[in-house]
Design a protein around this ligand. Structure first.
Ligand code: SAH
Length: 367
């Protein structure tokens, strides 16, 4: 595990902290800087109201956090994935997705993840470090610059990492994205593997953001196998926390369910799931399992995905199938693992991240 750097980068500080950090800079210059960074969302070098010499000095004191390693494009330009190198060598990924009615950025909250869900590529690679506020916020800004006229309206914390395990930085970035970028709270979604203390903290926080919970199994025996943290936070306690969230915020919780062939796609799974989610009037997001290097079980075949969705709908559940984006560039749900860094490390033989994959045993198929 690596330490998170403490020296601030350009999006780490709020307005007052920037003024303090740049002590001596006249306040109208701070205003111009803030306007450029947040309202216009341009790179420091492109803030034309600031003289070039000053931009150079500011760049020394407040460097950018993300250094682009690789940009991958899929779906005819509607899905773009970036691999960023961070200070200290860690790497993360961000995905921009354009839809007919909106553009969404999927951002990472940690480099790697400690939750060890066997079917998720990030979980297979392990945890490296927490991201800072600036590292989280800058992902949105960099994507927004590329999106241009296709305005970024939605942000999902569904990239690498477990947002509730890095709650402080995640919440501060939510406030910044809402307050300074004008992203509406109802268009901000935090997805969690089910860390109950985080859900409770989110319920007490002022903005009514969306909560998504990666459920994947509706009984503890199966969920313990798929999502190891379930042993600490079992389903009944998790559902209590979701009920509280719904009561406090009036926002419907959504549940993610990666459909895995013969594992969690039986009729009995649909019935159990319906029983859990109906009282919450929750939305169920079905995600056909995306391939990852360390998990050999197949996703549910498309015909069965349809049947499973129809069964849920017939049981009164508001269920939809998530359309996969960017599978060919490993940008889809559960595929983010900062791939090319692993490949590079294996070429020069450096580091533990040598591109080899630990095979994690899939949960047993059930009849
Ligand atoms: N750690 C958080 C944020 C990640 S969101 C969480 O677990 O919610 C990424 C979503 O993709 C989660 O619902 C995750 O369970 C799901 N996922 C992981 N691996 C997947 C895979 N191989 N195929 C489809 N979905 C997957």
């Amino acid at each position: 595990m690596a330490a998170t750097p403490t020296a601030p980068t350009i999006y780490d500080l709020d307005r007052d902290a920037i003024a303090e950090h740049l002590d001596g800079l006249p306040s109208y210059r701070v205003d111009q800087l803030w306007q450029g960074l947040y309202t216009d969302g341009v790179a420091l070098d492109d803030i034309s109201t600031l003289p070039a010499k000053l931009r150079g000095e500011l760049g020394q004191k407040l460097p950018a956090a993300l250094d682009m390693e690789l940009e991958s494009i899929s779906d005819r330009g509607d899905t773009v994935k970036w691999l960023w190198k961070l200070r200290g060598g860690a790497a993360i990924e961000t995905v921009l997705m354009h839809y007919k009615d909106r553009s969404t950025v999927c951002i990472s909250s940690q480099a790697g993840c400690a939750m060890a869900c066997g079917f998720c590529a990030t979980g297979q690679a392990g945890f490296e470090r927490h991201l800072t506020v600036g590292e989280i916020v800058e992902q949105v800004i960099r994507a927004r610059r590329v999106a241009g006229d296709k305005r970024v309206s939605n942000i999902v914390f569904m990239g690498m990492g477990e947002p509730m395990a890095n709650f402080g930085a995640v919440w501060e970035s939510v406030e910044r994205l809402h307050g300074d970028f004008g992203i509406s709270a109802r268009n901000l979604t935090i997805s969690t593997v089910g860390l109950i203390p985080g859900i409770r903290q989110l319920a007490e926080a002022p903005l009514p953001v969306n909560l998504a919970v990666s459920l994947h199994a509706a009984n503890d025996e199966l969920r313990n196998e798929m999502v190891p943290i379930n042993k600490r936070y079992p389903i009944s306690d998790l559902l209590d926390a979701c009920h509280d969230y719904f009561d406090k915020k009036g926002r419907r919780v959504s549940f993610e369910w990666a459909l895995i062939d013969g594992v969690n796609d039986r009729d009995s799974d649909a019935h159990e799931l319906a029983k859990l989610t109906q009282p919450l009037r929750a939305h169920v997001n079905l995600i056909p399992l995306n391939p990852t290097p360390g998990y050999l079980t197949q996703g549910t075949p498309p015909a069965r995905v349809r049947e499973f969705a129809d069964l849920l709908v017939n049981l009164g559940v508001n269920a939809t199938v998530r359309k996969n984006r960017g599978t060919d560039i490993d940008a889809a749900c559960g595929q983010l693992r900062a791939n090319s860094v692993a490949a590079e490390a294996s070429v020069d033989g450096a580091g533990a991240n040598d591109g080899t994959v630990t095979k994690i045993n899939p949960p047993t198929r059930r009849s």
